[in-house]
Structures are given as C-alpha cells and as structure tokens.
Design a protein around this ligand. Structure first.
Ligand code: APR
Length: 236
C-alpha cells in the first residue's frame, strides 16, 4: 500500500527515540555527556592518546545496547516505511535499533557501534559479538589497530551519506524530526534544508529545541506516544 499524500517522507531521529529502549541519550539528565567528557572518549585525539580507554567505553556501550530492543516507535517507523514508496530514515544513532526493527532505507549519519574500521587500511567490517574477543580489536586484513566506525567530534561525516541526506531533505514533502536536541551540526541543518524547500516540518520532542521555532507542528512528548498519535491523525 502507498500513501502518496505523504510521499516523500523523510525522518530524522536522534537519541530520544531509543531512550525508551534503555539507551541513554547524550545530553540532559542521565546523558552520556553528563557523566563523561566527550573529548576524552569520542575524539580522534582521545583514541590516539589512549585507545584502551576509548575501547573500554565502546565495549561498555556495545554491551549496554546489546541488551536493548527496539521500541514501538522504531517498529512504527518500519511499518510506515512499508506503506510509502518514497521514504528515507536518517538517524544520528549508532545503536542499530532501526535496522533491528526492520527499517531498510536507513542513513546512519554518525556511523554504527556494530561496525569497525581499520586505522591503517580502508577495511570496514561488522562485528556483532558481545563481548568482543579482543580488548583492542585488530583489522582482519592487515592486523593494524581497529576503531569503532563512528563519527567522532571533530571528524567529517561520510560525504556520500551527507549528500544523500541533504538531497532527501531538499525534496521531502514531510519531514519528521524525532528525539534530537538539534544542536549537533551538520545533522541539525537537515530539517532546515527541508523547511526552506517548503516541506512541512513536524518535531516530536518532550523539550523545546533550536528547531522548534522552525517546526510547523511541535508534538511535545515521547517518541512512542506522539509518533503513534501523529500517524493515527494522518493515516487513511
Ligand atoms: N522521546 C522523544 N524525545 C526524547 C525522549 C523520548 N522518550 N527522551 C528524550 N528525548 C529528547 C530530548 O529532549 C533531547 O532533545 O531527545 C533529545 C536527545 O538529545 P541528545 O542527547 O543531544 O541526542 P542527539 O540529538 O541524538 O545527539 C546528537 O550528539 O554526541 C553526539 O554523536 C552524538 O549522535 C549524537 C549527536
């Protein structure tokens, strides 16, 4: 079934959509960056200085996310995707919960906690094992030290992913922004591009964010309840 009145629909998600699954957000009460300093754990300099410390942080996060399951909001997005022909889901999350809920057209803007990349060669690979065999994982091709394939602070996003996200936003009719503080660039720019190109912008967030002033509708509340209400209100 297609719902052409909504096509193209682009969705941007942030940590808030996974909060109900038990994955801590980054900012706000209980957020990662309330308890840890991002510059010590999520920068290329931190990894160069102390790879063992950075890997300990990621082993801990992989273990945490491993115990989390997608929630109703992840599943509803996957079922909305099934109903639409022209749909893209852009996520800043690295937890893989959208894919676990069977979303298919996903752009992982900030990488994935389940993918590794070599610090020497171009090799990238998936590794879902928890706990991992090595504290300091190495590249299966060249043996050099591996790192999480995550975009750290100060690093550029994958140019192709960003291009696809900008392109999708620029031609969207509806843009749904769920559970992001909208303070991290360039992701925060994506809904603005959609807005400027004439898309209807719907924000789902219990808080006011820098995006709220641009939104046509701000559904104030949790991803699970507000996404269900929004979908109920527009689906035939
Ligand atoms: N439903 C919807 N939104 C929620 C919920 C919920 N149940 N709980 C919290 N939120 C909202 C918060 O109000 C906040 O605006 O989710 C947002 C989470 O914000 P952040 O923790 O800043 O997460 P995010 O915007 O995804 O962070 C962006 O920052 O550190 C980097 O790379 C990291 O991808 C991350 C990026």
């Amino acid at each position: 079934m297609t719902n052409s009145a909504l096509d193209p629909l682009v969705v941007l998600t942030g940590a808030g959509i996974s909060a109900a699954s038990g994955v801590p957000t980054y900012r706000g009460v209980g957020g990662f960056w309330q308890n840890y300093r991002a510059q010590d754990l999520a920068t290329p300099e931190a990894f160069q200085h102390d790879p063992a410390l950075v890997w300990r942080f990621y082993h801990w996060r992989r273990n945490l996310v491993h115990q989390c399951k997608p929630n109703q909001a992840h599943y509803l997005l996957a079922s909305i995707e099934d109903k639409l022909e022209d749909f893209v889901l852009i996520t800043q999350n690295v937890d893989g919960l959208h894919q676990a809920a069977d979303s298919r057209r996903v752009i992982e803007l900030h990488g994935s906690i389940w993918r590794l990349k070599c610090t020497k060669c171009e090799n990238r690979w998936m590794d879902l094992t928890v706990p991992m065999k090595e504290d300091l994982p190495t590249c299966p091709k060249c043996g050099a030290l591996a790192r999480p394939d995550i975009i750290w602070f100060g690093e550029p996003l994958n140019a192709e992913d960003l291009e696809r996200a900008y392109f999708a936003a620029g031609r969207s009719r509806f843009m749904l922004v769920i559970g992001t503080s909208s303070v991290v660039q360039p992701a925060a720019q994506i809904p603005i591009i959609a807005h400027e190109a004439g898309a209807r912008l719907i924000e789902i967030n219990p808080e006011i964010t820098p995006l709220t002033a641009f939104a046509d509708v701000h559904l104030r509340g949790s991803a699970i309840s507000q996404l269900a209400l929004w979908w109920e209100s527009i689906s035939p």
